[in-house]
Design a protein around this ligand. Structure first.
Ligand SMILES: [Zn+2]
Length: 192
């Protein structure tokens, strides 16, 4: 099996059109030289499975007993990591704005929990998911994601592993260097 590197993971993203490079106008109105959409990788079950296997092999030494993901982005990859580890995969979702376990999902005091996300940007939703597990008395042994786009700036208080790290700057349109260079911004996914 070839060694897994950030490059092979990002190549997988490029191959399925989940990582676009150019000049984009994001939904937020900001401009960016890159566009990343994990769902476009995870829509392919074989790709999702491969990402799950790779994360599982990186975190197996933490001996997690349950995978916990925040809905909606973390659900598919959480399921794949749980499958690869041979443990339960559950998810937390929002009710009245607060992330919580629903649907009869439960954690027992002392359960060793791994928090899994598709992409970590600021670490905010990861931290919130960690708190859901701790509130149930569980022990969070680590966190993992396919992509770290925090530029290494997340401040989680548990061991964290990402398959790939990528920095995608965003710019206000009026101060966008790509606009200044005269290339037109396009909406991600639009074919030109
Ligand atoms: Zn621009």
């Amino acid at each position: 099996m070839p060694a897994v590197t950030s490059d092979t993971v990002l190549d997988r993203f490029r191959r399925v059109g989940a990582l676009l490079e150019g000049h984009f106008r994001l939904t937020s109105g900001l401009h960016s030289p890159g566009y990343l959409q994990c769902a476009l990788v995870l829509q392919h079950p074989r790709e999702a499975e491969a990402c799950g296997v790779e994360i599982a092999s990186a975190v197996r030494a933490l001996s997690p007993q349950v995978v916990l993901s925040p809905a909606l982005g973390g659900v598919v990859i959480g399921q794949e990591v749980g499958r690869a580890l041979g443990v339960r995969a559950i998810f937390a979702e929002r009710q009245d704005g607060k992330l919580m376990l629903r649907r009869g999902f439960s954690l027992a005091p002392g359960d060793r929990v791994l928090v899994v996300e598709d992409v970590v940007t600021t670490g905010g939703s990861t931290r919130e998911t960690i708190e859901v597990a701790r509130a149930a008395g569980a022990t969070v042994v680590g966190a993992a994601s396919i992509i770290d786009r925090s530029g290494g700036n997340q401040t989680l208080d548990v061991p964290y592993h990402a398959l790939a790290t990528i920095a995608l700057p965003t710019y206000q349109p009026e101060s966008c260097p790509l606009c200044a260079a005269g290339t037109p911004a396009v909406k991600p996914g639009s074919r030109t």
